[in-house]
Design a protein around this ligand. Sequence first.
Ligand code: ADE
Length: 236
Amino acid sequence: MNNVNRFDVITIFPEYLAPLNLSLIGKAQAAGLISIGIHDLRDQTSDVHGSVDDTPYGGGAGMVMSPEPWGSAIDAVAELVPNEVHELIVLTPAGQKLTQELAIELTKSKHLIFACGRYEGIDVRVSDFYSTQKNFKVREISIGDYVLGGGEVATLVIMEAIIRLLPGVIGNPASLDEESHTLTSDDGALVEYPNYTKPKEWRGLSVPDVLLSGNHGEIAKWRLEQARIRTKNRPN
Ligand code: ADE
């Protein structure tokens, strides 16, 4: 399978992406499993103020990000990975909702480019233009029905959801098979069953006997049942 190994993020706040150097993703970079470039959109501006936005045509509140610096920045990062289809991810609350299924799908593109909009978003012609380019695939993605200050945090969320799925990133890949939204039953995706570790008793609460029984069949049955109950009782 073709797995993603190059990520480029375009933002006006490069420092926002500093957590990509920590933990799992930091280790994946150090091990050479992935490489990540963070790019300041303002490097693509020509005026002394480094303007990246302007008032919306048609009027209304807020500012819209101008297409010119975005076009220059996207063209420049595409050149870093020649002869590939670039998947351009535009973060917006209006986009396709992130799910585990979508994260899995995104692992299959070689090169992901994240466009972090701020203000009222990016002039839509940026998405429209790259949608017509045969070496680009454009996706608008939302991480949920709420409005953030910009796409940077959404990028961190999406990148973590993708990168932890890549071969070699998680020490024990079996742990990927039994987690929320990966577990399935006839009724569809399930959230994960409850987990326990030592001690057997804690503040008057005990570990269910079945988990101490050593009977793997019974344990699997109990876990599936618990996952079903949790899924059914989840508030949304
Ligand atoms: N930008 C602002 N809000 C967002 C959201 N919910 N998802 C993705 N990008 C965003």
